[in-house]
Design a protein around this ligand. Structure first.
Ligand SMILES: [Zn+2]
Length: 138
């Protein structure tokens, strides 16, 4: 289960903010005055914000393109960590070991002191990288 990089609590769910746009249709009468406005519906606007930690309400700085990104975050395929997170067991170049798994650094958010990491899902590659990392940090 992922943890919030700000409050450190486990994140079991995320609150996602997104925008919707409402539209209506305008009809004019013969004299050019507005005769009626008819509600036409809602259109979803692509979410381009960030999910919110349900404990501390900080914005988790991962971009949400669609719900797959949310699922990947909750499954810890993408994680956000502080640079000094005590659960980081080894680090070399752009790779770290976190909770026995190997992650690749995809972005450094220096102003927030955070790392955005992606899980190395290829198990053979992860094993080779883990052995190398553990050797270097022994
Ligand atoms: Zn939090």
């Amino acid at each position: 289960m992922p943890k919030c990089p700000f409050c450190g609590k486990k994140i079991e769910c995320l609150r996602i903010y997104y925008q919707e746009v409402a539209s209506y249709t305008v009809y004019l009468d013969r004299s050019g005055e507005i005769l009626d406005r008819t509600f036409a519906g809602y259109e979803e606007v692509k979410p381009d914000g960030y999910p919110i930690c349900p404990s501390c309400y900080e914005e988790i700085p991962i971009p949400i393109r669609d719900e797959r990104d949310v699922v990947d975050f909750l499954k810890e395929k993408y994680i956000i960590l502080r640079l000094d997170d005590p659960e980081i067991k080894a680090q070399k170049d752009n790779l770290i070991i976190f909770r026995e798994k190997v992650y690749k650094i995809v972005e450094r958010k220096s102003e927030l002191n955070l790392l955005v990491l992606k899980l190395v899902e290829d198990e053979i590659a992860a094993d080779i990288l883990r052995a190398d990392l553990e050797d270097k940090n022994a």
